[in-house]
Design a protein around this ligand. Structure first.
Ligand SMILES: [Zn+2]
Length: 194
């Protein structure tokens, strides 16, 4: 069997996303048989790091099934250590060759960061992580929240692409692709942005 390349996986996910956007979900690989088939071992086709936002659900957005996606969700889709480690685990131990960092429109975490002000409890943990992206686009034309959400994705992708030793090893071998993408809550479409 020929191994599926990261680019092929990406194109497949984008194609399935168009299906979702058009309201034509087929809910593949969600049967009892599929559950049993993968009970002993998982071989996800991609890692998707995205926001905890209740409207951003990778399995639905990409119309995938059980065992298809290794999903890491955290407010603002930031890559704190445990997220970073989860990505490395999927690449190193599960053989995943595609990592998608998926930001989205109207992100509450980005909005909170743009709004500034004091945050209670541990909310500052993701606000601080998103702040550099907000600073980067502060004077740019257009919607600051949208621009910052895209910049946040871009900065995370750049950071992961220079991540030693695990991710760099696979990137250097050409067996790993890391892309940034953006999901529109209204159109339902995912676009690759970097
Ligand atoms: Zn969000």
């Amino acid at each position: 069997m020929t191994e599926t390349t990261a680019e092929q996986v990406l194109q497949e996910l984008l194609e399935c996303n168009r299906r979702f956007a058009e309201g034509c979900l087929i809910h593949p690989r969600q049967t009892v048989a599929r559950r049993l088939e993968i009970a002993q071992v998982q071989r996800p086709k991609a890692v998707v790091v995205t926001c905890s936002d209740a409207r951003v659900v990778p399995l639905l957005i990409f119309d995938q099934g059980l065992g298809d996606l290794f999903v890491v969700r955290v407010a603002g889709n930031i890559t704190v250590d445990v997220v970073h480690g989860s990505i490395e685990y999927a690449v190193e131990h599960l053989g995943v060759n595609l990592v998608v960092i998926l930001g989205h429109s109207s992100c509450g975490a980005v909005t909170a960061t743009v709004s500034g002000g004091k945050t209670a409890g541990q909310i500052s943990s993701f606000v601080n992580a998103i702040q550099p992206a907000v600073d980067k686009v502060r004077d740019h034309p257009g919607d600051t929240v949208d621009n910052a959400a895209r910049a946040n994705v871009g900065m995370i992708v750049e950071q992961l692409k220079t991540s030693e030793p695990i991710l760099m090893r696979y990137l250097d071998k050409g067996s790993l692709k890391i892309v940034g993408a953006y999901y529109s809550l209204t159109s339902g479409l995912v676009e690759v942005i970097c």
